[in-house]
Ligand binder design. Structure first.
Ligand SMILES: Cc1ncc(COP(=O)(O)O)c(C=O)c1O
Length: 387
């Protein structure tokens, strides 16, 4: 069976209120993208070339970073970032249990040990207080995950980590466009990693990723690591990987980048509509965030009682409203990471959240009327019922 962006298909058709809408974004940029793809095909620029360099420059400028290195996907971005910092066997990297599994898989793949901490019960983001308690002499890095589009406030952690020689890496996969104290995601840690998976808020037409940073040495190492260990053909200075950003994806991303502020503003507007419509419905907990661009709502995640969630999802699906769970199992309880030795009860906030969170439709096609419909159906099922 081919991979399908699961959130976009209902019974084989594209009707209803979608969780994400990369197809619509494709329609918006299709003509410009096709023309540019024809040009690279004519020039024979199938790997690397001007279109990749153009997007890397534009993205770095957008973030305010010194540079950006395009890679194959967000997981590779994390692996290469850790490698470039020299992290490997014997080292520990602290991150949060409530994240997509790739954050932790990357730590595993460089041979380091993932040390997990719980999330904050209001924001679902890494609990910074727990991070400082988890540090040992082996800690080499902290991966801060800007989950659901909301930024982890790193302004105190960064100088604290720097004093101790601990690198901070941002996992910005879900938060392109977010800004805190006027400083963009991707411009805080030593390095920041991005996924441009198609239904991300800056999404390609397939797998793609990138790493931003401001150290010329690290950026140069990353350019080598992604390309068989060298920036020049057949000059292999390091044992490298093949994880280059595809020009076809770079073109799509470069065009979409022109829309990102407009699309982010739409997401923030949709969130406001949801908050207005869902406010006061018993059994619904709304997201907790500042009223600025520090949350760009890659996902709009509410909380409902554990016992009601699956019936609510089914009810909404019957009405053509697609929802998701990000994520149903915290990383420490996934079979892949049982070897880390954690068990049920170790990260209670993440565990409780995983049973109660629900992502509502959030994409540039969602209208105020859609939000009213979603809220009406939630109210019908949950409002006034004691669960
Ligand atoms: C927080 C986070 N980190 C890392 C990744 C991995 O990115 P990719 O799927 O492009 O490898 C994702 C993608 O879903 C993500 O959401």
């Amino acid at each position: 069976m081919p991979f399908v962006i699961r959130s976009c298909v209902i019974g084989g058709s594209n009707m209803g209120i979608l969780l994400s809408a990369p197809q619509t974004e494709f329609e918006i940029i299709e003509e410009e993208w096709r023309d540019a793809v024809k040009q690279i095909a004519k020039r024979g620029e199938f790997i690397g070339g001007a279109s990749v360099a153009r997007f890397e420059k534009a993205f770095a400028e957008y973030i305010g970073a010194q540079g950006m290195v395009g890679v194959g996907n967000g997981t590779d971005a994390l692996i290469l970032a850790l490698k470039s910092l020299g992290i490997g066997p014997g080292d520990e990297v602290i991150t949060v249990a409530n994240t997509f599994v790739a954050t932790v898989a990357a730590i595993h793949h460089v041979g380091a040990r993932a040390v997990l901490v719980d999330c904050d019960e209001r924001t679902y983001l890494m609990d910074i207080g727990k991070v400082t308690q988890a540090v040992t002499a082996r800690t080499k890095a902290i991966i801060a995950v800007h989950l659901y589009g909301q930024m982890v406030d790193l302004h105190e952690l960064l100088p604290w980590a720097e004093e101790r020689g601990i690198a901070v890496i941002e996992d910005g996969a879900q938060a392109v466009g977010a800004r805190l104290y006027n400083r963009a995601v991707g411009n805080w840690g030593q390095l920041a990693c991005f996924s441009f998976y198609p239904d991300k808020n800056l999404g390609a037409f397939g797998d793609a990723g990138g790493i931003t940073g401001s150290s010329p040495e690290l950026l140069s190492t990353l350019r080598k690591l992604r390309n068989h260990g060298g920036e020049m053909r057949y000059q292999h200075e390091l044992p490298g990987f093949n994880s280059r950003l595809d020009p076809i994806q770079a073109i799509a991303l470069d065009i979409k980048l022109k829309y990102i502020e407009q699309w982010t503003a739409k997401r923030i507007q949709i969130a406001k509509w949801y908050e207005h419509e869902l406010n006061g419905i018993s059994n619904v907990v709304l997201p907790c965030h500042r009223n600025d661009q520090s949350h760009v709502f890659h996902l709009f995640v509410i909380r409902v009682p554990d016992l009601a969630r699956s019936s609510l999802m089914k009810h909404l699906q019957k009405k053509g409203i697609l929802t998701g769970i990000h994520y149903p199992t915290p990383v420490h309880l996934t079979p892949a990471f049982s070897y880390l030795g954690y068990g049920p009860g170790d990260f209670q906030t993440s565990e409780k959240a995983s049973k109660e969170i629900l992502s509502l439709p959030m994409n540039i096609t969602v209208s105020e009327q859609d939000v009213e419909t979603v809220a009406k159906e939630i109210r019908n099922l949950l409002g006034g019922v004691s669960i």
